[in-house]
Each structure stands twice: as C-alpha cells, then as structure tokens.
Design a protein around this ligand. Structure first.
Ligand code: SAM
Length: 303
C-alpha cells in the first residue's frame, strides 16, 4: 500500500515534524504477490521481459511514479493500466526497461564490422544498400557508433551507398532521447578523440551527433515480440544485451524471426555475455557473431 503524503504547513516543516512524516509516511510501497504476478505475466506475454524474482525492482521503479500520479495503491494504479491499456503500459515499460548502453561497447563487433562485414557487403551488395538493424537500441549509442564505423570504412567511397541503420526499441523515452542525439560529455569518454571532433558538436558539456551521422540512423518503435514486417531483409542484425531479459523460449522464437529476416550470408551480433539457444539456425562464426549460411544459398563461408 502506498501512503500519500499529508500536506504539511511551513511551521511543521521547519519544526522537523513534517520532515519526519514525509520520510515515515512515504514508506517503500509494496505490491501484493497477486498484483505482481499479474503484471509480470502481462509484461512477459507482451514484451518478453522476464520479471521473475524482480518484485522489489518493480516496486522501487514504479512507487514514486504512482504516488506522483495520485494513486493510493499499486492495485488501484494497475486496474487503470489494465482498463486503459496503451499509454499507461508505455509508461510502465519506460520505467521497467533497463536502457544501460554506452559508446564503443563490445568493440570486437566494431572490428568485425570494419574488417569482415563491410568488405563482404561492399563486394556482394550490388544494389549498394546496406540493411542494418540495431534491435533494442536504447539511447542510440550503438546505432550511431556503427554509423561512425561505416563512415570511417567507406570514407569518400560512401557517397553512392545507402548506409542507413534502422534502430528500434520498446522504450518510447529511449527512442525520443536517441532521436535528439544529445549526450553528456562523460558519455563520449571511450570514443577516439578524433571521432568526437569529427562526428559531434559540443556546447556546455552536451554533445550532439552531427547531422551527417544522425541522418544515417532511423529510429522506430518496435516490440521484438511482434512479427518482423520491415520491407527488406537485413544484412546485419545487431541485438546485443537485450535477450538477457528474455527466457529460453522467447529467445528461441526471436532468433528464428531474426533468421527469417536475415539475407543469405548476413550476420547476427549478440552480446558477448549472451548465448544463443540450442536450436539456433545461424552458424557460429566466432564469439557473439553468427551468420546465415544455407546450403541452397551457396554463400562461401568467407566470401
Ligand atoms: C541494456 S539495453 C541494450 C542497448 C544496446 N543494445 C547495447 O548493447 O548497449 C536493452 C534494450 O532492449 C530494449 N528491449 C527490451 N525488451 C524489448 C522488446 N521486447 N522489444 C524491443 N526492445 C526491447 C530495452 O528497452 C533496452 O533499451
């Protein structure tokens, strides 16, 4: 039960009694097991997120929000969510997703991208269109980072290539922030200084990705539990540190959807701490790098 703060008058506040009551009455809210189980079930069904054993995390991420919204208990709030659906569920998702990300994360993938993937694509993609998807893109660091790598690789040869990267997430807040392409100076600490100079403009400790790179990334809402219905298949799907939140069955079904949405010879990057399910149809090329190679497709392993 969430306790709502009583309005305190100024005298109470300065005497300390209101101060005590704020901290005593704004006790950590608790959710009944039934409420938690129903919410966890709904979120797993719709978004794949496995909240098992994370009741305290859910309570702490939602309790101040529901107090601010004027609800008296989790039950009252959740009834509204189930009745009204859409927008309020999006608010929950904004709060329950873990959007941790940073530039130059898992650089082995960037090496592979520049040394193996792009030379492969340059040789085989006669339509000069790279189809790359950052699935679970969070604040966009990953997609912008790969766009910078593509820029470094192609240099002046890149002009006649369509190098746009699709970047998707279920967190509307993350997508909105990503579209702005603005980052605190500290977020750029792992990027080479020359890249910061070349690909960002900075003012007052806030750095903005330059339009040349921003225009290479298209951000969209997409729930990875939904069917993949983008117009084209992908040459590279980057889905790193997302499937760790899914159970085996959800992961296995998602990997199959990814596989169907990958062009023959195309690649899948997953997080280095992640494992693919046993029934994964991709061929493992190296740690965290997988490839779609079918007998019928006839792509040579290192072609
Ligand atoms: C930890 S971040 C990883 C960000 C980035 N890929 C990286 O490795 O730095 C995980 C992201 O996956 C997103 N996510 C979780 N479940 C998702 C789903 N069902 N559909 C789309 N995105 C999802 C979260 O919103 C979050 O932004």
């Amino acid at each position: 039960m969430v306790k709502i703060l009583k309005m305190a008058n100024t005298a109470d506040f300065f005497s300390g009694s209101a101060y005590d009551s704020i901290f005593l009455e704004k006790t950590p809210a608790s959710m009944s097991n039934e409420d938690f189980e129903r919410l966890a079930y709904t979120i797993k069904q719709r978004y794949g997120l496995n909240l098992e054993g994370k009741k305290s995390m859910v309570e702490s991420r939602l309790c101040f929000y529901i107090v601010d919204r004027g609800f008296h208990s989790f039950s009252e709030y959740l009834e509204t969510v189930y009745e009204n659906g859409g927008d309020e569920m999006a608010n929950i998702i904004n709060r329950l997703t873990t959007n941790y990300t940073y530039f130059m994360r898992e650089q082995e993938h960037m090496r592979h991208f520049i040394d193996v993937f792009l030379p492969y694509a340059e040789k085989h993609k006669t339509d000069k269109e790279l189809c790359i998807w950052s699935a679970g893109c969070s604040f966009g660091n990953e997609a912008y980072n790969f766009a910078m790598c593509a820029e470094e690789y192609f240099q002046s040869r890149g002009a006649d290539w369509d190098k746009r990267i699709l970047a998707t997430d279920i967190s509307q807040n993350a997508i909105l922030a990503a579209k702005h392409g603005m980052f605190a100076e500290a977020a750029l600490k792992d990027l080479p200084a020359a890249w910061v100079e070349k690909y960002f403009t900075g003012k007052g400790g806030i750095y903005t990705v330059k339009p040349e790179i921003r225009s290479q990334v298209v951000f969209k809402y997409h729930n990875l539990m939904d069917p993949i219905s983008f117009k084209k298949k992908f040459d590279l799907i980057i889905c790193r540190n997302v499937m760790i939140y899914f159970d085996q069955k959800t992961k296995s079904e998602l990997i199959k959807r990814f596989y169907d949405a990958t062009n023959e010879g195309g690649y899948l990057y997953i997080g280095h701490a992640e494992a693919v399910p046993e029934d994964c149809p991709y061929v493992r090329e190296k740690t965290a790098v997988y490839r779609k190679i079918t007998q019928a497709g006839g792509v040579q392993k290192h072609g």
